[in-house]
Design a protein around this ligand. Structure first.
Ligand SMILES: [Fe+2]
Length: 292
């Protein structure tokens, strides 16, 4: 079962005791959720107006900021600049936090996409594959990552409503259940997908298996209902972190969340054996990345 471990941190640049540091590292890399119930992201006075779905452009699932580019939002130029500022401030805070909690990751904290989710957490899924109210690990069909980790920092900025997740069993148990259902890639298929630009780069066996596990778990209604799981409530002003490629998670409810994604090479980890790549290679008995 996924561990949920709380730390009493109140600053985005916390000074940690060695014990707290070890707890943070063990929890995160061990496939748990690190919960910081007293680390709120403070909105400026005039940023409260952004807690409304009206800022979404209606087509994108989330509003996102990548570099200086804001996507998925609509509003007057001045309003969009203020919205960008809010999201950028969260991105900087999340990077500070990760650097303080996990000093080994510091050189790799290059900021990826930051998202703001003013829409209700559930109710927009078009297909079972995109339905994030089903337990899943994150894996992306068009962006093979060859084992690179997906670290996510979330904050519930809703002043009055919990963000609610379900979390499931540990990664290895889930993988043992579904690996037998994932067939091998056809020879030549990864190259073809890359040539056709279905994927950005070549899909490795690792990416193929992660995608297969994502799909098979989401498609299995019986598993979704009956696998070991628990409800986790993130109260207003709570920040939490997890490796979303390792933690089985599902959205239950909530609205207004900020989220920062940080991509980390496996070499940045304190314990490389904890990575999904290492776990899957042990279970499969073969290497899952092409030789370099
Ligand atoms: Fe997810």
């Amino acid at each position: 079962m996924t561990d949920i471990v709380a730390l009493d941190i109140t600053s985005w640049q916390p000074a940690l005791t060695p014990d707290a540091q070890q707890t943070a590292i063990r929890t995160l890399e061990g496939g748990g959720v690190l919960m910081l119930p007293h680390l709120a992201f403070e909105l400026l006075t005039d940023e409260g107006r952004f807690l409304s779905p009206q800022w979404s452009d209606g087509s994108a699932k989330n509003i996102s900021l990548e570099g200086a580019t804001l996507r998925g939002a609509r509003g007057a130029p001045g309003e969009l600049a203020a919205l960008s500022n809010m999201i950028a401030r969260f991105a900087a805070s999340a990077a500070d936090l990760v650097t303080a909690l996990f000093p080994r990751y510091a050189p790799y904290v290059r900021r990826a996409r930051t998202s703001f989710r003013p829409q209700p957490a559930v109710g927009r899924a078009l297909s079972w594959r995109k339905d994030d109210s089903r337990l899943h690990i994150d894996a992306f069909p068009s962006r093979p990552n060859h084992g690179e980790r997906i670290l996510r920092v979330f904050c519930n900025v809703n002043p009055g409503e919990d963000r609610v997740w379900r979390v499931g069993e540990d990664f290895a148990s889930m993988a043992k259940t579904f690996l037998p259902q994932v067939s091998r890639q056809l020879p030549g298929a990864p190259m073809l997908l890359a040539l056709l630009r279905v994927t950005k780069g070549v899909r490795s066996d690792y990416d193929h298996l992660m995608l297969g596990l994502h799909d098979r778990a989401k498609a299995d209604r019986d598993y979704q209902r009956n696998c070991p799981q628990q409800i986790v409530r993130f109260t207003p002003g709570t920040t939490w972190l997890c490796f979303s490629d390792l933690v089985m998670h599902a959205a239950v409810s909530g609205q207004h969340m900020l989220e920062q994604t940080i991509h980390l090479p496996v070499s940045a980890l304190y314990d490389r054996d904890s990575a999904p790549l290492a776990i899957l290679e042990r279970l499969c008995g073969r290497t899952l990345l092409p030789a370099r």
